[in-house]
Design a protein around this ligand. Sequence first.
Ligand SMILES: C[S@@+](CC[C@H](N)C(=O)[O-])C[C@H]1O[C@@H](n2cnc3c(N)ncnc32)[C@H](O)[C@@H]1O
Length: 130
Amino acid sequence: MCPHDALIAKVVRNYGEPAFYRIDTAPARALNNFVKAVLIETYVPMGARVLDLACGKGGDIGKYARRRIRSWCGVDVVGASVKEAMSRYNRGARYEFAAQFFVHDLSATEFVCPDTVDCVSCQFAVHYFF
Ligand SMILES: C[S@@+](CC[C@H](N)C(=O)[O-])C[C@H]1O[C@@H](n2cnc3c(N)ncnc32)[C@H](O)[C@@H]1O
């Protein structure tokens, strides 16, 4: 297996399976979510069309909803995470914006977003692409 494929396999194992951490990550996640909420509140224009690169399980969808976004497009390499993002979005059908979901390795090939967007976000993931 080439180094790139080995890295992707590790990412899929890490994020695609139930958490194996023995340490309590809740405080770190709370801080991360606070920082992301402030960033989104500050920089995402109301009514924007958003492309969320390495969206994970869609944990930021609710934060974007508060900006009354027009659409959200999520992309991640881990299929299980994208599936979780999809069910998060569909749960209760409370989101008024349209959403699209893609499984794609952003470090391997170009991702061509099907629609025009106003805002591109990549949270806690750029380090995977080098
Ligand atoms: C720390 S998580 C961040 C998830 C989300 N952005 C958030 O803030 O909740 C990193 C994410 O990067 C994704 N990722 C890592 N390498 C990737 C790649 N080559 N292409 C697409 N997604 C990738 C992982 O699957 C994981 O969902």
